[in-house]
Design a protein around this ligand. Structure first.
Ligand code: MN
Ligand code: MN
Length: 308
């Protein structure tokens, strides 16, 4: 019996992380690696739930940690801080990712595919094409959903021509109208009403470090920013708790309007001046409106990181 290869994306899984893990498992199996298994490192969000329900497929199994020497393939991330507990002692045999590479390190040779595309699923799509492997309807919808999610229906500045082209082809295979399906999917993911404030700031939060400063950027998608801002006071309270508990120097909470492609951010901590420098704008009532800003990876993080 061959050793299992676990395939997973980052903690706080999003639609790309989940769909790409599932598709990578299937691609591996089509290539003869039957011992591949997609797993996840956290709860399925509402947007991803919409996709899985639409297809009637189960979410990958949840894992908390891995054993030393476990064979793994990382998708949609390479940062150990966003990965499974025990990753340092795993045998990483592959990475498929579209994020920057900070301090990734292994002791063994591996397959590493890094492409500056808008989505991991776009890299997988190209892999199918290159290997001339047929894409099933279900796989097409999984990849299309990941692309729609990561690029906000191709409106995010992270979108590349590769994503556009991939989605075009996947739309045909999946037999969906991307705009209609995508809007429903994104809307399903923005229903924030039954989240507590503490959950809100953790739906999609990533931690970073620069020059000894720890900072966190959390993001929620909505179709109505003012609706979320009604809860500003309570949100600030849980953000402050988090800052104190984890010794953060800065906590940025971005509320992103996915229909109009803008964000309003709430920034707290001792380094809020970094945010003001980064966007050449003053915070008012701890808030700042950022026109045309929707991407943490391409807009929020690089600007904040540069000024930290
Ligand atoms: Mn992701
Ligand atoms: Mn992604």
């Amino acid at each position: 019996m061959e050793e299992t290869i676990l395939i997973f994306g980052h903690k706080n899984p999003d639609t790309d992380t989940i769909c790409s893990s599932i598709v990578k498992e299937r691609l591996n199996k089509k290539n003869g690696y039957d011992n591949s298994k997609a797993v996840r490192l956290g709860n399925i969000n509402k947007e991803t739930k919409y996709v899985l329900n639409y297809l009637g497929i189960e979410a990958p199994e949840l894992i908390e940690k891995i054993e030393e020497g476990q064979k793994v393939i990382m998708v949609d991330h390479n940062d150990f801080g966003q990965s499974v507990d025990g990753i340092e002692n795993a045998k990483i045999i592959g990475v498929i990712d579209h994020h920057c590479i900070g301090n990734f390190k292994t002791s063994d040779p591996l397959y590493y595919t890094a492409r500056p595309y808008g989505c991991t699923a776009t890299i997988l799509f190209k892999d199918f094409k290159e290997k001339e492997i047929e894409i099933s309807k279900e796989e097409a919808l999984l990849m299309a959903s990941a692309i729609i999610s990561d690029t906000l229906l191709l409106k995010s500045p992270t979108t590349t021509k590769h994503d556009v082209k991939a989605l075009e082809e996947l739309e045909k295979i999946a037999g969906i109208n991307t705009k209609e399906y995508g809007l429903e999917m994104l809307k399903a993911g923005t229903d924030l009403d039954d989240f507590t404030e503490e959950e809100l700031i953790n739906i999609d939060a990533k931690k970073f470090e620069k020059n000894g400063n720890e900072f966190k950027i959390a993001q929620v998608n909505t179709v109505d920013i003012s609706d979320v801002l009604k809860r500003q006071e309570k949100i600030e309270k849980v953000m402050t708790d988090e800052i104190n508990k984890n010794g953060l120097n800065l906590f940025v909470f971005a509320i992103t309007d996915i229909l109009n492609s803008n964000s309003e951010i709430i920034a707290l901590g001792s380094k809020t001046n970094v945010v003001e420098k980064a966007f050449v704008k003053k915070l008012e009532n701890n808030r700042m409106f950022l026109e045309g800003v929707v991407s943490r990876k391409k807009q929020l993080l690089p600007n904040i990181d540069k000024n930290m």
